[in-house]
Design a protein around this ligand. Structure first.
Ligand SMILES: Cc1cc2nc3c(=O)[nH]c(=O)nc-3n(C[C@H](O)[C@H](O)[C@H](O)COP(=O)(O)O)c2cc1C
Length: 299
């Protein structure tokens, strides 16, 4: 059991935003209630068709996606997805995406009375805008956003970042404005070129790289942030494919561990990881493992 922001999680494994959609498809394969938590696909005010195909390309050790925040928009989400998510017996994290502060305020207002445990503000999508969501890229805008959202939110607010430059400064601004937690990492940008045509495979050129390729980057980022911010809850993710990966994330400083691309290759994977983790934890104490991060060294 893990407790953060006074919320109890039956285990540290959650589904990361995106690959699990809004849960219904995945629920045909696994009992979502056995998860520590489930994160919705990022929802925006208006419906988004997403980017033109191809949207996913395999590369060595990972995948690059260019989904482009495809989602039904908040009204359809409330009509068609929220009821299902509200009825889950696990913690639901609602991922929200906007282009400006008023988008986020509107989303929070519409979802404040849902059963969600946490709102996660996605400030790091590699597949929209010029360089991710514009709000995500400077301290001032993050401070203002979080401050405004905190005024009306009935739920704890987590901010999802990628591997941005000056990440500590951005996180510092978010925490000063009242952020309750941080989610790390969103997929860094990746590219693949077709050598027969000399053209990029994804229409936008770059997409989000995820899977085993990014695990060491995610671990190093989480470890670094945990060393600098001892108390803030961190949801860690990036290339988790088995229980050993999950333990490394906890040791690096993550309180909860997200599985993203892993559910696309095997929908049963999160439950396998939970089962294996339970065996691992039979002889070990979660808090002892977690404390490795802050006791560890940093060169
Ligand atoms: C197909 C796909 C769609 C994604 N969509 C979202 C999204 O809507 N919102 C978000 O915050 N992250 C999204 N992500 C990023 C994941 O939540 C996660 O941060 C990233 O993939 C790293 O974890 P992984 O290596 O376990 O996939 C998406 C990832 C993939 C592969």
């Amino acid at each position: 059991m893990v407790e953060i922001c006074n919320i109890k999680f039956k285990n540290p494994i959650i589904i990361a935003s995106g690959p699990g959609g809004n849960g219904q498809e995945l629920a045909e394969y696994i009992d979502l209630n056995k998860l520590g938590g489930f994160t919705s696909k990022t929802v925006t005010i208006k419906e988004k068709e997403g980017n033109p195909p191809p949207r996913i390309v395999n590369v060595k050790a990972g995948i690059i996606n260019s989904i482009g925040l495809q989602n039904p928009g908040i009204e359809n989400f409330i009509k068609n997805d929220l009821k299902f998510l509200n009825n889950l017996k696990t913690n639901v994290i609602l991922s929200l995406g906007g282009e400006n502060i008023s988008d986020y305020l509107m989303l929070v207002d519409k979802l404040n009375n849902s059963n969600a445990a946490i709102f996660e503000l996605n400030l790091s999508c590699p597949n929209v805008g010029k360089d991710g969501i514009p709000l995500g890229i400077n301290e001032k805008s993050i401070f203002e956003l979080v401050q405004e959202v905190k005024k009306i939110s009935k739920k704890p607010i987590f901010i999802k970042f990628g591997v941005e430059t000056f990440l500590e400064d951005l996180i510092n601004a978010a925490i000063k404005a009242g952020a309750d937690g941080i989610t790390l990492i969103n997929s860094p940008k990746g590219m693949k070129i077709d050598i027969n045509t000399g053209k990029v495979i994804l229409k936008r050129g770059v997409g989000g790289l995820s899977g085993p390729a990014i695990k060491p980057i995610a671990l190093a980022t989480i470890f670094r942030i945990r060393r600098n911010f001892r108390k803030i809850p961190i949801i860690g993710m990036g290339g988790v494919f088995d229980y050993k990966d999950a333990i490394e994330f906890i040791m690096a400083g993550a309180n909860l561990v997200g599985v993203g691309s892993g559910v696309m290759t095997d929908p049963y994977l999160p439950l396998k990881i939970i089962y294996d983790l339970e065996n691992y934890f039979k002889n070990k104490n979660y808090n002892e493992i977690f404390s490795c991060a802050v006791e560890g060294y940093y060169v």
